[in-house]
Design a protein around this ligand. Structure first.
Ligand SMILES: Cc1cc2nc3c(=O)[nH]c(=O)nc-3n(C[C@H](O)[C@H](O)[C@H](O)COP(=O)(O)OP(=O)(O)OC[C@H]3O[C@@H](n4cnc5c(N)ncnc54)[C@H](O)[C@@H]3O)c2cc1C
Length: 491
């Protein structure tokens, strides 16, 4: 019996598989699609932004360079400017990164424009290298939870594991089979992402454009056009996306008489925003789009899902190895649910002011003014980048619960080098924890030595997901934090 069955080999399932296999768990991924390649995953339709926090996460796991290579430097696609709120652009010069708390310069690029194909290929290779099995062409149809295992059905076949994680996307079979509610709001628009040829492309301007009839976007990738049509989300996805239909919508949304001559690829989405009420029911867990869906305004969904897998991986592995403190696995929903809820509201706020009509257009005017100010520009950057994301770990210490700053020791060792294998780290800058830390050498990497910049801390305890669990200098509170996060029984 495997430790974990992951249903869905998209980016979130594959990243989680690598996290679990790297932590010594036996993992199988069951993926419906026989073929990993699909036009919707390659550029331009598969274009995805990895924001600063995710770029740092992949950098710390030693994966970012491979993702950049797989993205293909020759095909590097740059949006005119990706930083926007409801299609209203943020001027990068108005952003003051110095205002964000606890930031240290990292070697990872701020943000990466890549493709789903590139991310999946790198994460799939890593998962396989670490020992996970990816079974393609297996469509899961149901599951049966038991006290100490779960039976997963795929047609006539059965798979058994101690734990199951549904990473099977927004229409998750696992979520439905586990009886987890998916609450939220209904759609107001149909979104289109298209790769087309046009007779008169100059009629469709580059960049984001809010119009009295919706919104459209043209990227620098030839023929890549997106549009939001406020039709109540009425487009039937089982219907064929014809050239005539796309041209009618594009003409209406752009307010031009542009002529389409061909459609290379196209797909639709909506602004439906829903979230699972819990990410765990017994031995069944959810991550990624299976746990939350929302429109891709600001490119957050993949970033959120990677954050889920990062948070869940080490907690589930510790539970499987019998090393988890009581309640550790439940902190997965406690920490990740509020983060996704904020993102859902962030997209709803944008949809509210993108609606056609004078009321929303009046609010757009106000936002256009505000967005020029450093306060608002920096706030929007902060929300999108994820840099100030903070879990409520019940501590008043303002660094606790945040992604660890990119500490670098005076000898040149970076935090990223210390975290590549997914272990937690004790950075003991002042050397005051040397004796106390020996108790946990089997669980957590202990490193002592002065930092280039210690931001005023004697020591920090960093969880395997890069989150600061404790910061300070006194041994009793350090010991308490170690017991809270790393010990099944008090040491
Ligand atoms: C136009 C567009 C642009 C976007 N841009 C961005 C962006 O710039 N940045 C960003 O962060 N996010 C973006 N997103 C969102 C992002 O693509 C998703 O959030 C992300 O792909 C979710 O990953 P996932 O692994 O959770 O789910 P998916 O990518 O949906 O993968 C789920 C996998 O499960 C498999 N599966 C489904 N059902 C079963 C079953 N029953 N049995 C077995 N396998 C099954 C599927 O075949 C699939 O491989 C965008 C989305 C769209 C539509």
């Amino acid at each position: 019996m495997d430790d974990v069955l992951i249903v869905g080999g998209g980016p979130v399932g594959l990243f989680l598989a690598g996290e679990l296999a790297g932590a010594g768990c036996s993992v199988q991924v069951l993926e419906r699609e026989p073929d990993p390649d699909a036009p919707s995953k390659s550029l331009p339709l598969g274009m995805r932004t990895l924001w600063d926090l995710s770029a740092e996460v992949f950098y710390r796991r030693g994966l970012l360079a491979d993702i950049l290579t797989a993205s293909g430097s020759g095909e590097k696609v740059v949006l005119p400017r990706t930083l926007h709120f409801a299609g209203i652009l943020v001027d990068p010069d108005a952003i003051d990164v110095g205002r964000l708390p606890f930031q240290l310069p990292s070697s990872a690029p701020e943000r990466v424009v890549t493709s789903l194909a590139a991310v999946e290929s790198v994460l799939g290779e890593r998962a396989a290298k670490l020992g996970a099995t990816v079974r393609r062409g297996v469509e899961v149809s149901g599951l049966e939870p038991h006290d100490d295992h779960v039976v997963v059905r795929a047609g006539a076949d059965e798979y058994v594991a101690r734990w199951v994680v549904g990473c099977d996307g927004g229409r998750s079979t696992v979520r439905v089979a586990a009886g987890i509610d998916f609450e939220g709001t209904d759609p107001t628009f149909t979104g289109y992402t298209t790769h087309v040829t046009m007779d008169d492309p100059q009629k469709v301007r580059f960049g984001f454009h809010l119009t009295p009839w919706g919104m459209y976007l043209r990227t620098q990738y030839e023929g890549h056009v997106g549009m939001n049509d406020f039709d109540g989300g009425a487009f039937d996805r089982s219907q064929e996306l014809t050239l005539e239909h796309l041209q009618e919508v594009l003409r209406r949304v752009t307010g031009t008489d542009v002529t389409l001559t061909g459609v290379r690829a196209a797909s639709t989405f909506t602004d439906r925003a829903r979230q699972a009420t819990t990410y765990r029911r017994g031995r069944v867990l959810l991550a990624g789009d299976a746990a939350h869906i929302h429109p891709p305004l600001g490119g957050q969904g993949l970033n959120l899902g990677i954050g889920d897998a990062l948070n869940l991986g080490w907690k589930l592995a510790a539970t499987i190895h019998g090393q988890a403190p009581a309640g550790l696995l439940d902190t997965y929903t406690e920490e990740r649910h509020p983060i996704a809820a904020q993102v859902l509201d962030w997209t709803r706020a944008q949809v509210a002011i993108m609606q056609p009509g004078p009321l929303a257009q009046a609010v757009q005017g106000v936002i256009r003014e505000l967005i020029r100010t450093p306060d608002v520009a920096t706030y929007i950057y902060d929300r999108l980048s994820g840099l100030s994301m903070r879990y409520d770990l019940g501590s008043d210490q303002p660094l606790v619960g945040r992604n660890a700053p990119a500490f670098r020791l005076a000898d040149g060792t970076s935090l990223a080098e210390l975290m590549a294998d997914g272990k937690g780290v004790i950075l003991d800058f002042a050397g005051s924890l040397r004796d106390a830390a020996t108790t946990w050498h089997d669980r957590v990497r202990y490193v002592s030595g002065p930092a280039e910049d210690d931001l005023g801390f004697d020591a920090v305890l960093i969880r395997p997901d890069g989150i600061v669990a404790w910061a300070g200098g006194d041994v009793p509170s350090f010991t308490e934090a170690m017991n809270r996060w790393f010990t099944a029984g008090v040491r």
